[in-house]
Write a protein that binds this ligand. Sequence first.
Ligand code: FCB
Length: 457
Amino acid sequence: MVEFPENFVWGAATSSYQIEGAAHEEGRGLSIWDTFCAIPGKVYAGQNGDIAADHYHRYEEDVGLMRDIGIRSYRFSIAWPRIFPTGKNTINWKGVDFYNRLIDKLLEYDIAPMATLYHWDLPQALQDLGGWTNRDTISRFVDYADYVFRAFGDRVKLWITHNEPWVVAYAGHYIGRHAPGMTNLSKAVQVSHHLILSHAKAVERYREIWPTSQAGKIGPALNLYPMYPATESWEDKKAAELADEFHNRWFLDPILAGKYPEKLFGIFKEKLGVPEINDGDMETIAANRSNFLGVNFYFRKVIAATDNHDILCYKEVKPSGSKYTSMDWEIFPEGLHRMLMDIKERYDNPHIYITENGAAFDDVPQADGSIHDHDRIDYLAKHVEQLAKCIQEGVNLDGYYIWSLMDNFEWAFGFSKRFGIVYIDYGTLERKMKSSAWWYRDLIKNNGCAIASRNHP
Ligand code: FCB
């Protein structure tokens, strides 16, 4: 029998660009994802978030679905260009009003809002000035954070600064798979430093605005992957350690321990001359500790050494014999346990929320409209099981958010991948609970105890 603490937070997550739509309505400014989607070949079938799940207009219905499932907390993101259409100075009151209405609706149903400040939709006007490569964007981010902390902080008590800064830095500026689509490793490394510093400065500002007695909690959401060497060879083990520094510790170490991992820092400095760090940056990063760590977990990585003379001499290997989701992501729930235990040991057992976990499968509605997503239930149940184990072994785990509440715009994959426990018919925008939503309802009702059941409608 699995036991979760009584006040464990069962949640679900989304992000602004992926669900809101209304991209050109009520004063919203352009974001880098509007621009990126318009470039031919960047996004599956030329799709974009103009309409997405139309949540901007249907938020009341969506909060109603959350209530029906019994979700206790909802993680959403605020679209920066809805608040500041050009990234700074002029406020768009209609955007502010939208989030006020959303937050109030959530509270009416006793659902705790968890708001993410930055889930990748940078105002295009700031990108035109260099975006995250420009150190000045840090100040713009803190100004924006300052505004939303004051506007919503009386009711929002759970804050995420950045969602997956690794993805912002490297998918956006090195691999080029995400907006703004750059392919420059030095710039990507510099961006990562700016993101980490802006995280710390936002934490600092939050504490200035909300005195301890009224303050909530604030932290980052990092995408983390336990690294497994492909073989027991010394080379593969070393390669896996480097991959761990690159993906995980580059963000975990400064945010939780105030410094960059030495080996990779040395490599970047020697080969690329970055990151440039100003006097006081590391002190600011070290001084402004998060209240918790948000972990987005999907799969592990299996790593082998290569001699391809890349700066990062490793490659990812696809284990055979494993099961994969429709993202081609390996299903490996034990990796979640490994990851959390590593964090517990290495960083003095911080408080943790799983801020994202979930799976895309090719859901097919039956003739009667029902969607039996048993693969998803199985994926979720197995991960929840690992969480129970972590709690038993002393991890300070405070909550779990499924990615995602509803099907949505999956970045470069457009609408071709479905992660929701609620199905969206993109033709009619009708919502429909999948079996996994009912499974989650029962799980929440029993505080984690119905996890093995496959008997859902
Ligand atoms: C994460 C993102 C989220 C979603 C899931 C599948 O990397 O934070 O927006 O795309 O992956």
